[in-house]
Design a protein around this ligand. Structure first.
Ligand code: BGC
Length: 756
């Protein structure tokens, strides 16, 4: 016993010692970097400094015209010299239109770095950035994962860390050290074209996913050849425009900004996120790129963000040309730099650089402001190890696109797909059944992946990953060609052969209808109507007349309204955008090789006029008769069925009263009463009975995804402190208030009082 204690003591001492050594190593590394940055900065001319603050699109240095590059892609030596040597540009972004092989990426990055290191006075490496938002989606042969919304539907933060860690590896394997991901905008406006890029509508779930994503991308040492600098985007309030259209005004009072839209960014900053990209739109009448209060007071002074602030695409130009808060481009540059941006994603010309140099020479912007930004950019370049080793070697990345990585993508797709309906347990289907597969998303890898897949909008089939199975192909692989017939029936928005499809359905045991949405993002993804296109609804209505069971598989960017056909389907699988492995995962769920465990990370609305999130206010429950039926979504947040059956019991609290220093222990038993093992997400919600700011009807404050073996019962334990009970008050401070709280887990409730 005594010797055990001694061993324990030594383990403790050595752990403390190791972590002290690590801490002091980090500190001395930071000091070193600071010395190097200051030294470099002291040697730089104004032109060199402004160059560091300039980011150009790859098109500017490539053969061909901007947005119309020559094929095959090649860098243009003259343009390269102009950008890097003449203009001393510090950063380049993006791919020129479509994904490239790793070899080509290496060639591009090597050429760029060679010029910057050998042909410029100070040899400062270029910081290359890319949107690798669901895997290294601009590199051929990479692992493509489900999009972020689907990732959130797994409710499995460990899986998100694995996904982002693999993405980091594969992005670095492409020679690129900086990733414009994750999107930390909250998905509370279902009309928005980028809804699928978010972690959904809930603050707590999104925070959990955020923390994992930053860890996965950056790890403990961002200079590692397997890690990248993350870029949290788009700060702040981008996702919640009033109209639902991309880059249109949001009206969000400061209290709501802090309550809903800020926490994910704060989490990422606390996790050490290295960079942030700014919201391209406006909040409360002020474009965020022009907002000193948000970019400097909030981000720097309050949140203590030390990293690099990059603008979004052409957003300084937009202050003048679109938002009209600057009467010239020069004024736009001045406003934005003084508001706090460090790096301008210009990205197609040199006007930003010319004007910024003028502004500093005219003393309209102090050089000290420029120095701050350049310091941050150089610091990042040192932290990423770009000065020592800015090029990667293909041989150092043997796991790129490997089977083991694809397995994680498959796991993520399998854990995300959400079973929304399963009347009479029609799923899983027997493999002996004959199946009619139809609908526009049945045979499309593009729809499974969505935008940001090999191309920006993800619709060009020429670049699709080879040998990946669509839903149709996966079903054929599983049950054999002879049992499967395929008719498209409709395209995404027009009828093709509904009658033939219906005729064929009559000869089959079951119909799998795969509906969906064209891959799209940003402005091209704006829609006029949240309802699924009529042609697709008509297909389901016509098929329903056959009386054959209908399984709906939905593959979409955002929750398109399905109320006219929901009751015509016996079973519904929400697939989000599940990525390259999505077809296989869907078919494995349909035929019972995978037990579904995804849960909705948003409220699925029933009506286009009722886009109400789950954590709405009590007044939103009231309908026109003053009864509490006003909140009536198609499916609630957190919802999702399993082929197993889970029974919750014995919700107990360690005390009915806690003080602000106490920890409340909440226990609940969950039994898998079925004969199939499966995963369940145990979700803990609270409701503040009365509060000085109208409380939400309920709010998620904890969850735990557990594998529960058939017939087994587990006890899940949660710990709650006053920090879980806080909200933002009328003075925009985070506070807690004494009083009664309700706890909800599944169908169980309990109560406690918080008292000083
Ligand atoms: C998008 C950003 C993206 C950037 C670079 C912009 O249009 O809003 O999310 O990172 O382009 O591709």
């Amino acid at each position: 016993m005594k010797s055990n204690k001694i061993i324990l003591f030594f383990i403790l001492i050595s752990t403390v010692f190791v972590s002290c050594v690590k801490q002091s190593e980090n500190n001395s590394q930071n000091n070193n970097i600071e010395i190097k940055v200051n030294d470099l900065l002291s040697k730089m001319t104004l032109e060199e400094k402004v160059g560091q603050m300039t980011q150009l699109n790859l098109d500017v240095i490539s053969n061909g015209e901007i947005y119309k590059l020559d094929e095959p892609h090649q860098l243009n030596k003259k343009k390269l010299i102009k950008a890097i040597v003449d203009y001393k540009v510090g950063s380049i972004l993006n791919c020129g239109g479509h994904s490239y092989s790793r070899e080509h990426w290496h060639e591009i990055i090597n050429q760029i770095q060679k010029i910057s290191k050998t042909k410029t006075r100070l040899g400062i490496p270029i910081l290359y950035g890319i949107d690798a938002i669901h895997g290294a989606n601009y590199t051929i042969g990479s692992t493509l994962f489900p999009q972020q919304l689907a990732q959130a539907a797994t409710w499995n933060p460990e899986l998100i860390e694995k996904i982002t860690s693999i993405t980091a590896y594969e992005v670095r394997a492409s020679g690129i050290p900086w990733n414009f991901s994750p999107v930390l905008d909250l998905g509370r406006q279902p009309l928005w074209s980028r809804f699928f890029e978010t972690y959904g509508e809930d603050v707590y779930l999104a925070k959990k996913m955020t923390a994992s994503a930053i860890k996965g991308y950056q790890g403990n040492d961002v200079s590692s050849k397997n890690k990248v600098a993350a870029c949290m985007k788009h700060f702040l309030g981008y996702s919640f425009s009033l109209s639902g259209k991309d880059r249109t005004p949001a009206w969000i009072p400061e209290r709501e900004l802090r309550q809903y839209f800020l926490p994910t960014f704060k989490t990422a900053i606390d996790e050490g996120a290295k960079t942030v990209m700014i919201n391209s739109g406006e909040i409360n009448g002020i474009p965020v790129h022009a907002n000193y209060d948000i970019l400097t007071k909030l981000l720097r002074d309050e949140l203590k963000f030390k990293g690099v602030v990059v603008t979004d695409w052409e957003d300084i130009i937009k202050l003048y040309k679109i938002h009209k808060v600057a009467s010239s481009l020069k004024e736009a540059v001045k406003i934005s730099v003084l508001a706090g941006i460090d790096l301008s994603m210009v990205p197609n010309d040199y006007e930003f650089s010319d004007l910024l140099i003028q502004l500093v020479k005219e003393k309209q912007i102090p050089e000290s402001r420029i120095n701050e930004s350049v310091k941050r950019i150089l610091t990042l370049k040192f932290e990423l190890g770009l000065f020592e080793n800015s090029t990667a070697l293909i041989k150092d990345y043997p796991d790129f696109g490997s089977e083991k990585f694809q397995k994680i993508s498959y796991e993520a797709a399998s854990e995300s797909i959400t079973l929304l309906k399963n009347t009479n347990n029609i799923l899983p289907l027997s493999k002996n059944k004959s199946v009619l597969v139809c609908g526009p998303s049945a045979n499309s890898l593009n729809i499974l992946n969505g935008a940001w897949t090999h191309t920006w909008q993800g619709i060009d089939t020429n670049f699709n990953t080879k040998n990946k199975a669509t839903i149709l192909k996966s079903i054929i692989n599983k049950i054999g060609q002879s049992k499967v017939t395929y008719f498209e029936g409709v395209t995404l928005d027009a009828e093709i052969n509904i009658q033939q499809t219906v005729a064929e359905a009559k000869n089959k045991d079951v119909i799998v209808v795969c509906l969906g949405e064209l891959p799209c993002t940003e402005k091209p993804g704006d829609i006029e109507d949240l309802t699924l296109p009529i042609a697709q609804l008509n297909l389901v209505k016509a098929l329903a007349k056959t009386g054959k069971p209908i399984i709906l598989v939905i593959v979409e960017n955002r929750p398109r309204i399905i109320n006219e056909i929901e009751n015509l389907a016996q079973s519904i699988l929400m697939s989000y955008l599940p990525g390259d492995e999505g077809g296989k995962a869907i078919s494995d769920i349909l035929f019972g090789d995978v037990n579904p465990s995804g849960k909705l990370p948003f409220t699925y609305p029933r009506y286009t006029g009722s886009l109400i999130p789950y954590d709405h206010k009590f007044s939103e429950k009231l309908d026109k008769n003053f009864t509490e039926n006003g909140y009536n979504p198609q499916y609630p947040f957190g919802y999702g069925l399993s082929f197993s059956n889970f029974i919750y019991s014995d919700l107990s609290l360690s005390s009915q009263t806690i003080s602000p220093v106490d920890t409340l222990i909440v226990k609940v038993k969950v039994k898998n009463t079925s004969n199939l093992s499966g995963k369940e997400v145990i979700q803990l919600y609270i409701s503040d009975t009365y509060a000085s700011i109208t409380p939400s009807v309920k709010k998620l404050i904890a969850f735990d995804k557990q594998f529960i073996e058939k017939g087994k019962e587990i006890t899940v334990v949660f710990k709650i402190t006053k920090d879980d009970l806080t909200f933002v008050d009328k003075n925009n401070s985070s506070i807690y208030e004494e009083g009664d709280f309700e706890i909800y887990i599944s169908n169980l409730t309990n109560k406690f009082i918080l008292k000083k």
